[in-house]
Design a protein around this ligand. Structure first.
Ligand code: NAD
Length: 484
């Protein structure tokens, strides 16, 4: 099955920070892939805007190089590349002064969707919003896209929301969490709410517990300064894992509408209990055989920033009371793997006798790599010799089921940027959701500071600190493997 391409009307997209890493590595390649798919009408305009001095040709050369590196499959076609670059323009502009804003204004078209992508550090979000307004660049069909991190704690997130709200309506603000743009994440909603099969079982009566793992094999190279201030709790848990938790746990919204979905997600965050100190494990990778340890990487031997966190969360509502959610994320782990495992309870009684073995069903939702969903079911082991039970996976790999040949599903940024243009906020975080997530995160971090908590070391290339295994073992459970 080949995915359908629904064309969008002409638009102007301004990428503040167009020369930066995110724009060059993710946003522009995603736009190029959408262009190659034929989704755009004539006349679309992409304008890079950053402090770095470039003319249009210089920026186009930079973009061409990035596309050759990061969109290699599509870049074979030089004709398509040239046609895309024809739509790419550049303005040298400073977010803190008036330099460059009149030139930007001259390039923008009237009467079409106008999107401003803030692919810059969060300090610039406020100044950019103010200048867009001051230079009269905001039309009724203007949208702004803001990248993570959205705040450092509740107070800063509130301040940022207030600054943006002073210039834009909430319906114009798109807070990106690229995990929400993944094919599997949306499929999670399709599986839950498009089938009769799962929803009746989706509660504490049938689900023993849920595991959410976002494991990375990379370290923090190139992001040392930011990471040392953030740590895994702020960098991953407060946003990506929290969003996945919401989608897994939320009640069915009345319709697939941005506010209906986001209302239900918000309710999940508000129903979360405060995490008990003995239900949380922090870790920090040491060197092992594969390079520098964390503290050496950041140049701070006394660093107490966590590069790993595992915790047990509880949602106090009718559906989930009594079902723990185990969340873990870390750097320099054994493999890159993001997966949600819904661990169903054992059958209440085995008619085959204990010797046949007991096997609980597991629904695994893989976000990366190899996006797809697997349901582990129990069958009879083939052959004579009595009734022995084995697990077999019912596997739905999206690349195989929905791609054409070996084509991967669209990258998260492709979908999200096109959703901005279409004006669909379903996969973007609302201001109150972000604040609620910080309200849950802040006391955890404050508790670490108050207790002088020091992260447990773990070996690079491992599955994390041993205490994380104990967290599960104490409850008579164990983590599923971290497999590439
Ligand atoms: P970067 O440092 O590579 O790029 C920053 C860009 O901002 C550059 O184009 C620079 O010229 C521009 N800039 C800086 N000061 C400016 C000013 N005063 N006026 C106008 N332009 C200015 O950063 P990045 O890695 O591309 O990250 C951008 C944002 O995206 C950050 O908020 C980051 O946290 C977030 N983010 C990045 C990634 C990633 O993979 N790089 C992933 C998720 C989120």
């Amino acid at each position: 099955m080949v995915s359908r391409v629904i064309p969008v009307d002409p638009f102007d997209l301004v990428i503040f920070g167009g020369t930066g890493d995110l724009a060059q590595r993710k946003i522009l390649p995603a736009l190029f892939r959408r262009f190659c798919s034929g989704q755009w009408a004539e006349g679309v305009q992409i304008i890079g805007a950053a402090r770095t001095i470039h003319d249009r040709a210089g920026f186009q050369t930079m973009v061409a190089e990035s596309l050759r590196t990061h969109a290699a499959a599509q870049c074979q076609d030089e004709g398509a590349l040239r046609a895309f670059l024809d739509r790419v323009d550049y303005v040298t502009l400073d977010g803190y002064s008036n330099e460059g804003w009149d030139q930007l204004s001259d390039k923008l078209n009237q009467d079409r969707v106008r999107a401003f992508y803030f692919s810059v550090g969060p300090r610039l979000f406020g100044p950019l919003a103010e200048r867009i307004k001051a230079h009269d660049l905001a039309t009724p069909s203007t949208r702004i896209v803001v990248e993570k991190p959205f705040g450092h704690d509740l107070e800063s997130a509130r301040a940022l929301n207030a600054t943006l709200a002073a210039h834009f309506r909430e319906s114009q603000i798109y807070r990106i969490d690229h995990y929400l743009g993944k094919e599997t994440v949306q499929n999670l909603m399709a599986v839950r709410f498009g089938n009769m099969l799962f929803e009746p079982l989706w509660n504490s009566q049938y689900v023993d517990h849920i595991q959410i793992t976002v494991a990375e094999s990379v370290g923090i190279d190139g992001r040392e300064e930011y990471y040392e201030r953030a740590g895994a709790m702020r960098d991953m848990m407060q946003n990506h894992l929290m969003q996945l938790l919401c989608l897994i746990a939320m009640e069915p919204p009345a319709k697939f509408d941005p506010d209906a979905v986001r209302d239900e997600k918000s309710k999940v965050i508000r129903a979360l209990d405060q995490v008990q100190p003995h239900h949380i494990v922090r870790g920090q990778f040491d060197g092992g055989g594969s390079g520098k340890g964390y503290s050496e990487t950041v140049g701070n031997p006394r660093s107490t920033t966590e590069s790993y966190v595992a915790l047990r969360a509880h949602i106090s509502n009718w559906r989930w009371a009594g079902t723990p959610f185990y969340l873990r994320t870390g750097k320099r782990l054994v493999a890159r793997s993001s997966v949600i495992n819904v661990m169903f309870k054992d059958a209440p009684h085995s008619i085959f006798g204990e010797e046949a073995g007991r096997h609980a069903n597991v629904l695994s939702i893989r976000l990366q790599p190899n996006e797809g969903i697997t349901l582990k079911v129990t069958i009879k082991e083939p052959g004579p010799g009595g009734m022995r039970l084995v697990d077999v996976p019912l596997d739905m790999s999206f690349a195989k089921a929905l791609g054409s040949g070996n084509q991967d599903p669209p990258d998260a940024y492709e979908r999200l940027v096109m959703d901005v243009i279409r004006g669909n906020q379903t996969l973007f975080m609302r201001g109150d959701e972000v604040e609620a997530a910080w309200a849950w995160t802040d006391p955890i971090i404050a508790g670490w500071h108050a207790r002088g908590d020091v992260p447990k070391p773990y070996e690079s290339g491992s599955t994390g600190p041993g205490d994380a295994e104990l967290l599960m073992k104490r409850d008579g459970r164990r983590w599923q493997g971290i497999n590439p």
